[in-house]
Design a protein around this ligand. Sequence first.
Ligand SMILES: Cc1ncc(COP(=O)(O)O)c(C=O)c1O
Length: 480
Amino acid sequence: MIKPWYRVPRKTARIDPRSTRRTETPTPPTRPQSSGLVKSPAATSAPSATGPTSADVLARDRAMVWHPFTPWEDWMDEASAGDPPVIVDGQGAVLRTADGREYLDGNSSIWTNLHGHRQPRIDAAIRAQLERIAHCSFLGATHPSAVELAGQLLAAWPLGGLERVFYSDDGSTALESALRMARQYHQFRGEPWRTSFLAFRGAYHGDTLGAAGLGGIELFHGAVKQGATPPLEVVRVGEASELALLRPEVARKVAAAVIEPVLQGAAGLRLWPPGTLRALREWCDQNGVLLIADEVLTGFGRTGRMFACEHEEVVPDFLCLAKGLTGGYLPLAATLTTRAVFEAFRGQPGERRALYYGHSYTANPLGCAAALASLELFRTDGVLERVRELGDYLDGALEPLRTNARVAEIRQVGFVAGIELRNPEAPTRRLGREVCLAARRHGLLTRPIGDVVVLMLPYCVTEAQIDAAVRAIERGLAEC
Ligand SMILES: Cc1ncc(COP(=O)(O)O)c(C=O)c1O
């Protein structure tokens, strides 16, 4: 029996992760409001004496720069109003702008930052590495930080069975690596017909063509597939119960199944019913299919365990890590895999069994140094215990939002929460965006996924800052 890892909120609504509706009537909030630690953006300090002003940067940005995942007219509107934060420094969970505004980093700088900004030990580790070398090739050479990090990553994975570490740069490339390894593994093992991948509706695994080919979100992935041969042949399922319905001739062509364990991030922080990951592992075993666990978001404590796979004690064939790997400092990714996968690629050079894949900045030494320092913080500073405490605190702090008539549901696991807004006017009204822009005026910086407001603060945050973040969302809601 798999214990549910998702949070059943106390006193108020019981969230059934299969449904989007609450099953009980919420009770009024009892939690006292504490003052926030972030200066209201309106009450700013003087602009910094050095460096360009926010207005200068925004004007030049609008003329030359192209931002990811950003409808351009939105950006122009916001930039004309001087709204987008021009971030010049950060400290802990707080980001500061060129004109002295301060914001809580409400989505951990797009789900990357773990321990806060300017964490002294990570800063020092990067500086020390910089004194030696910033970058060197990992093709035909190696370096101590990458080797040490490989050992520490394998040691941090508590379930055994993973023995090799392949480095790349980002979440997408961690996935690309696993996809290529999986296909070639089957070729080398005499099953070259296994070329397709099983992925879930609502999946998000990155933006390179292969990783996007796995994606199941129309807004993000529709254009990639439109009118073209799909970059990958994908067998799409909605949930684990559909696996049993797949015909054997479909299953025997699948190279690997890919899942974001415990929660689908970009789908709007959707929690899987407990047992989903275990059921997928069993289906993979029964059908000779490899399992890829995409822990780009969930890795390194976000769900209250070091890795989300631990909640169901599932050992995948590939574990993809990025984002928080360096504490959110530098782009670095790792794909951990089994001895069996690695061994399949061994052979004489003439057999062409090598993995002819990799990127120039693979195993970048600065990134490895940051990652080593981040892992040391987990070992010495009780980070996981603190994350669990923060998760409990957040559960209570969210009470006022649960009773808010505009909130349809709050989904929380560990220290990650998605606040789904009730938006009867959707899709004509982009309420999630409006509320996030309003919350920004109250000192919280985050981005919505549709009408889901994401709250994913760095682990160094204080209880008072959590209260301030929730209050900013409440005020934002009141103003929209
Ligand atoms: C689960 C998951 N996989 C992969 C990625 C892609 O990572 P990156 O943006 O670093 O390429 C993301 C990014 O949000 C993600 O959430």
